[in-house]
Ligand binder design. Structure first.
Ligand code: FMN
Length: 171
């Protein structure tokens, strides 16, 4: 089974989670690259796709990437966000990402907090559309931490075992 770990990350948090997932899959035939460098997804049967939540939603580059994944690929999503763990807005953003997919099987998703620059937060929390998440975001500065990265590795192993079961069922 060929596996792709791909991500969009402007500040490095989502990349850290992607690296942890890649590391957890060390025994597998796998690649890692940013979404902007992936030309072709057809060679992979399992894709881990990660993104930061931006404005309660999915960054445009990721939106387009998800839409172009061909049916037949198993997809596992991961996201970082500054609002509290499992906050309503972060769950809604991931649900939105899941709804964009044509992939035949969405195996699961993982989220954790990721800190944003406090100066950026000071500016964003003045805007009504960002106030809710930005006000709760200052305490995310230490994330993703070691414990988040361990959780991400466990997620990776869990998704791999699900993908194997899925493959067996259909081959
Ligand atoms: C322009 C902008 C918009 C953001 N919007 C949200 C948001 O709606 N909800 C949230 O929880 N975090 C939001 N964040 C915080 C990021 O999702 C978080 O810091 C994430 O870990 C960044 O990942 P990265 O370092 O991989 O880019 C936003 C950050 C930026 C810069």
């Amino acid at each position: 089974m060929r596996i792709l770990v791909t991500y969009y990350s402007t500040g490095g948090n989502t990349k850290k989670v992607a690296d942890a997932i890649y590391e957890a899959l060390e025994k597998e035939d796998r690649d890692i690259k940013p979404v902007t460098e992936v030309d072709n997804t057809e060679d992979y049967s399992l894709i881990f796709l990660g993104f930061p939540i931006h404005g309660h939603s999915v960054p445009v580059a990721v939106h387009n990437f998800i839409k172009n994944i061909k049916p037949g690929v198993s997809l596992a999503l991961f996201a970082t966000h500054s609002s509290h763990k499992d906050s309503r807005l972060s769950r809604e953003a991931v649900e939105h990402a899941l709804s964009l997919s044509n992939a035949s099987e969405v195996l699961g998703s993982f989220t954790c907090r990721g800190g944003a620059d406090p100066e950026v937060l000071d500016r964003l929390k003045e805007k009504p559309e960002h106030r809710e998440w930005a006000s709760s975001a200052y305490s995310a500065l230490s994330h993703p931490d070691e414990s988040d990265l361990e959780d991400a590795k466990e997620f990776a192993r869990d998704m791999l075992s699900k993908a194997r079961k899925f493959e067996k069922h259909f081959l």
